[in-house]
Write a new protein. Structure first.
Ligand code: SF4
Length: 584
């Protein structure tokens, strides 16, 4: 069905009590239908994986049906002409929980529903009438004007919420559908995008937060990121992928974009004959089936990076698995084919030429943090200051203050990092202390304690409909307690807090990863919010990379998390060999 001729959406009711009741009834029926179809799709054992390349575009599950009915990006027109005028209850489920994602919009969790109900309630019972809105900042790059605009939108239309996500986006909450057209307009006026911030599309492109300024940088990948955005983001060519597609670029010799867990990653290397370019990785990802990405062993010149990106995205679109969403990420195709076949198909069918062999990127050491926190000199002699909001939480007012502070010292550049940090660039030497003190006054610390510095947390039960457990406040409590108890900790210990079995906060690559679930409280014998523990994850270490091990029996209640981290930390400090990092 073409959404432009979709009578369901064209005849959405005007607001009235009867209309509201009809809309809710329709939502309930559609939700039931979706669940029935999903169950049928799960039972369908006939393999129709990689079907597009075989010329078969039959939709194999409800999500594929939704996408096949017309480009989901077209929902923007209905947002602006229908839903923003008629209100939340005029939005049919297919748009509300499907196509809206293509414009960065998710319904947020209704307040007060505990985590034990997450799996048993109908989607519409979990939905609040407000939205989370994700704003892309590709490469994590914001100008002062862009930061100020997001801050003003947050203050005016999103109850002053703003979280720095671990994909260098900013997420707002409490957004009303009535305000979305105005928000899109304001965002786009300063050159930002919400297009394809969520959905089965190329998501925001990660980039080194110190691109263009770091002293030891091999190459500034900003032009390559820009070219991909200008050519392909918002294009129907890639607006129907089997699932999300995550890209990352870095020009740094030290790993800082977690390239091993991206669908596609370009890492700067120096080829002995061809100069500076990128080493290409594909097929990484976390979630419930974590895979490390594979090196294809080829050298990509910067000027063809967009072609190579297009080829890999094209393979995913055409050969990716579209039957079960749990098997749809690129990592499953790479695992089945192996890197040799993947490269062969890329060269033969998508590029039409061979890529030269190339060197591997530098392997990091346990001391390489890649978070850019602290005070550092740039290659042009000016300075940058990286600070750590606890678990990425700031606010619109804080964003406005950061923008004002940057502008006051002549800076126009702010960066977000994949570890939920914020970096202010281009600070003259004699103004560094002004910036450090100004940020400290906002509780944004450039010399944080080790736990403060190394904690990240996902959205959690406060807003996420999939969550079982609260995350941000729990992370804040861990930081408060542990940094007081271990003020002189001399080795980083990362703590990642996830609100459910997904891995938005990358639970498997933390020193101590917490995966939200209900656990048994030993004292009361009741199920309470808690976490499964993973220990010893590490990335950026080449062959020594590893996912954290799930420790059988290591389950903690949310309230017991600080005491657990305390025990594990003491044990590490008492038993470590000299300079032995936590993960080892
Ligand atoms: Fe939501 Fe789970 Fe992702 Fe956290 S990990 S943001 S709870 S889906």
């Amino acid at each position: 069905m073409n959404p432009d001729t979709d009578t369901t959406t064209q005849t959405a009711p005007a607001p009235s009590a009867a209309g509201d009741a009809d809309a809710r009834q329709r939502q309930r029926e559609e939700a039931r239908l979706i669940r029935t179809r999903e169950a049928a799709a799960r039972k369908n054992t006939a393999s129709r994986d990689g079907q597009w390349a075989a010329g078969d575009r039959t939709p194999l599950n409800p999500n594929e049906e939704m996408k096949a009915s017309g480009d989901p990006l077209q929902v923007r027109h209905r947002i602006e002409t229908l839903y923003a005028k008629w209100g939340f209850w005029s939005i049919p489920p297919g748009d509300l929980r499907g196509r809206f994602r293509w414009w960065g919009l998710y319904t947020q969790r209704r307040p007060g529903i505990d985590g034990g109900k997450t799996a048993i309630l109908e989607p519409h019972q979990l939905d609040d009438e407000f939205f989370m809105l994700r704003i892309r900042s590709d490469g994590g790059q914001l100008s002062v004007a862009q930061a100020r605009t997001i801050g003003e939108i947050s203050r005016d239309l999103a109850r002053d919420t703003a979280d720095v996500s671990d994909r260098q986006n900013i997420q707002l909450h409490w957004v009303r559908i009535e305000d979305v057209p105005d928000i899109f307009r304001r965002v786009e006026e300063v050159g930002l995008l919400c297009a394809e911030a969520c959905g089965d599309v190329p998501r925001v492109i990660l980039g080194s937060p110190v691109a263009g300024i770091a002293k030891d940088e091999l190459i500034d990948p900003t032009p390559q990121i820009r070219e991909i955005i200008d050519r392909y983001i918002g294009s129907p060519e890639f607006s129907n992928l089997p699932r999300k597609f995550k890209t990352a670029f870095t020009g740094q010799p030290v790993p800082d974009i977690l390239h091993e867990v991206q669908d596609i990653a370009f890492c700067a290397v120096e080829h002995p004959e061809l100069g500076i370019g990128y080493d290409l990785w594909v097929g990484g990802g976390l979630s419930v089936n974590p895979f490390l990405g594979k090196r294809l062993g080829v050298f990509v010149r910067p000027e063809i990076a967009h072609e190579v990106w297009k080829g890999v995205a094209g393979i995913f679109r055409d050969h990716g698995y579209r039957r079960l969403r749990t098997r749809a990420r690129l990592k499953f195709l790479v695992k089945e084919w192996g890197p040799e076949k993947f490269l062969q198909v890329l060269q033969d069918d998508y590029l039409g030429y061979e890529l030269p062999k190339g060197p591997a990127p530098r392997v990091g050491t346990a001391g390489d943090r890649g978070d850019h926190v602290g005070i550092h000199q740039q290659k042009d002699g000016r300075w940058y200051v990286g600070v750590a909001p606890v678990a990425g939480r700031i606010s619109g007012e804080k964003l406005l203050e950061i923008a004002r502070l940057a502008e006051s010292v002549g800076s126009d550049r702010i960066r977000l990092t994949p570890l939920q940090k914020i970096v202010v660039l281009d600070i003259p030497e004699d103004r560094v202390s002004d910036v450090v003190n100004g940020l400290r006054a906002l509780e944004l610390e450039s010399q944080p304690g080790e736990f403060h510095r190394n904690v990240i947390a996902c959205t959690g039960i406060e807003y996420c409909k999939l969550a079982i457990v609260e995350t941000k406040a729990t992370a804040r409590e861990v930081v408060k307690v542990l940094d007081e108890r271990f003020p002189d900790l001399d080795s980083p210990i990362s703590v990642h807090v996830n609100g459910c079995p997904n891995s938005c906060a990358r639970v498997q690559i933390a020193d101590i990863g917490f995966k939200g679930q209900l656990v048994l409280d030993d004292e009361t014998g009741e199920q309470v919010p808690g976490f499964q523990v993973h220990l010893g994850g590490r990335l950026g270490r080449g062959d020594d990379n590893d996912f954290g091990r799930k420790i059988r029996g290591h389950k903690v209640t949310a309230d017991g998390m600080p005491a657990y981290v305390d025990r594990v930390t003491r044990n590490y400090l008492e038993t470590r060999q000299q300079d032995e990092p936590f993960a080892d």
